[in-house]
Ligand binder design. Structure first.
Ligand code: ACM
Length: 531
């Protein structure tokens, strides 16, 4: 396909005509598309140097690019028509109209994604008719800012990438054993203490010689988002029809919080914000005061994030501390529960119910299914697809996040010499491209519960934005197509389109497409399978 659009639209017809962006170009937009028109104009102004006025209201004769919605299109669907007389961008709703602008930008020279006017660009666009619609409503990406913190500009750039690929959910993993990254006014120690760790583990269990201690770096790591920072991210994303889902991981993955407020934990001595990777054995205690503490935290989180979904974790909860804690055992008896496993279910149920009462829906990792949780709780199936299948059959809405296909902190190929340190085993571009969020064998009525899918960028081994991009791209592009396309995939065609697409992302300062030509022997042999 000459234009190299990603994700591939449902239908594309090239027309024997052209349109030119020039000094006469005017954007006309219906009122509901005003913000999208302003964003499009801002991008075109910066890159083309033309004035690109925006006229909002009934169709204007002067408009050469028109932006509107049509009841004839379904939700988030869109059409793009480029003819000599003008460009028509139409959505089934404002989100669809926004998607139309993102496809239109892909029809422009890649310099449209630069921030300033560069000379020598021909702003002639080939005639085309595009009709497109999404297969799934949840097309997301998780970014772990807890293991390594990434500031707003890195996040804005990822939101730009989400928007360009018609993705619509940004899941921010804000808290973990190794860092607490969200300002909570009532509990300032969460960030004063919990956002710092003394050093980081710089290697991984996948490359460490048998019996050797972890390799440390020699730098404290820190960072957190203020509420204003997060409101800025939420607004930036909302302008691009991306919903931000915050995650406060509990009752495991909580050591940073316990380091800040030792009374949340099960042990008497103070804990550090964790400096290793993996799953800390330290979890929250189940005292009423701890439950209240987290309700207060969630109340502040809800003020920042207006979206319908709030993630409460629930993954990887070692129950050893509860087994040996007199207080936890007393709580189990007081609540009439059988064991520590039921106690974990009780914690999840409590916070899911808490969120429901506030009009939000809880999301949890698939471990939450081991217990009774409200059926409106959304399940993220990360340990393969079994959890997603079971959840859908039990009546939960599901977001598919299987580690085997959607965890982008695994290397892209077998050749470790060309990529940053990563988890194992590889997840190839082809695997991601061929991924189908509907697991085989699911009855259509249960399949309807699969809201969509999400790719995951965990950052244990990722210390720079550059390394993040090296792992995320181009698999992100393949994932976007897997979760958007309504028809069968065509990997060869996708691979052809990727070359043109890489130039767009490069103009957005996003790379990761290059492959190192000849890896050195030490790096190519450094991989050792985990025991
Ligand atoms: C997870 O990877 N622990 C959700």
């Amino acid at each position: 396909m000459a234009t190299g659009i990603i994700p591939r639209p449902e239908s594309v017809t090239e027309l024997p005509t052209t349109f030119r962006i020039d000094a006469e170009t005017v954007i006309g937009a219906s009122a509901e598309c005003r913000r999208t028109a302003e964003l499009l104009a801002a991008r075109l102004r910066a890159s083309t140097g033309h004035g690109i006025p925006v006229v909002v209201g009934p169709p204007a004769d002067s408009a050469t690019i028109s932006l509107s919605t049509s009841p004839g299109l379904v939700e988030s669907a869109y059409t793009v028509v480029v003819e000599e007389s003008g460009v028509r961008l139409t959505g089934g709703d404002p989100a669809g109209a926004f998607h139309a602008t993102q496809t239109f930008l892909q029809l422009c020279p890649p310099q449209v994604f630069r921030r300033v006017l560069l000379g020598g660009v021909d702003w002639t666009i080939g005639g085309i008719r595009v009709a497109d619609r999404p297969r799934f409503g949840w097309r997301g990406m998780l970014v772990d800012v807890a293991r390594h913190f990434f500031g707003r500009n890195a996040i804005f750039k990822l939101v730009d990438a989400l928007a360009l690929h018609h993705m619509n959910v940004l899941h921010l993993h804000l808290t973990d054993d190794q860092g607490w990254r969200v300002q909570i006014d009532r509990y300032p120690e969460l960030t004063r203490v919990g956002s710092w760790r003394e050093f980081s583990t710089a290697d991984s269990q996948y490359i460490r010689p048998e019996g050797a201690p972890p390799v440390r770096d020699h730098a404290p790591h820190n960072g957190y988002f203020t509420k204003e920072d997060l409101r800025e991210i939420v607004a930036y994303a909302a302008d691009r029809f991306v919903t931000v889902v915050p995650e406060i991981d509990l009752p495991g993955h909580s050591q940073a919080a316990i380091a800040a407020y030792p009374e949340l934990g099960n042990v008497s001595g103070p804990l550090d914000v964790w400096t290793d990777w993996g799953v800390s054995r330290h979890v929250l205690n189940v005292e009423e005061s701890t439950m209240r503490f987290y309700e207060h935290v969630l109340d502040e989180v809800l003020e920042i994030f207006p979206g319908p979904f709030v993630h409460i974790g629930g993954d990887e909860v070692p129950t050893d501390e509860w087994r040996t804690s007199a207080a936890a055992q007393a709580r189990i008896r007081q609540l009439g529960l059988r064991d520590e496993s039921e106690l974990q279910g009780w914690v999840t149920d409590r916070f899911a119910t808490f969120l429901e009462k506030r009009g939000r829906r809880a999301v949890g990792w698939d471990e939450i299914l081991d217990h009774r949780v409200p059926v409106r709780t959304v399940v993220m199936s990360w340990r393969g697809t079994a959890g997603g299948i079971a959840a859908a059959r039990a009546g939960h809405d599901v977001v598919m996040t299987p580690d085997s296909e959607t965890y982008l902190y695994h290397p892209q190929t077998d050749d470790r010499g060309e990529q940053p340190l990563a988890a194992e085993p590889p997840v190839t571009l082809r695997q991601v491209y061929d991924y189908d969020p509907i697991p085989p064998g699911l009855a259509p009525s249960d399949g309807a519960r699969i809201l969509g899918a999400q790719c995951q960028m965990w950052t244990e081994f990722v210390v720079s934005e550059r390394q993040m991009h090296q792992l995320v791209f181009p698999r992100f592009c393949a994932f976007a197509e897997a979760v958007w396309r309504t028809g069968p995939g065509d990997f060869d065609d996708f691979s052809d389109r990727l070359a043109a697409h890489a130039a767009r992302l490069h103009a957005l300062d996003i790379d990761g497409f290059e492959r190192r030509p000849s890896p050195g022997p030490t790096e190519s042999t450094r991989f050792r399978p985990a025991p």
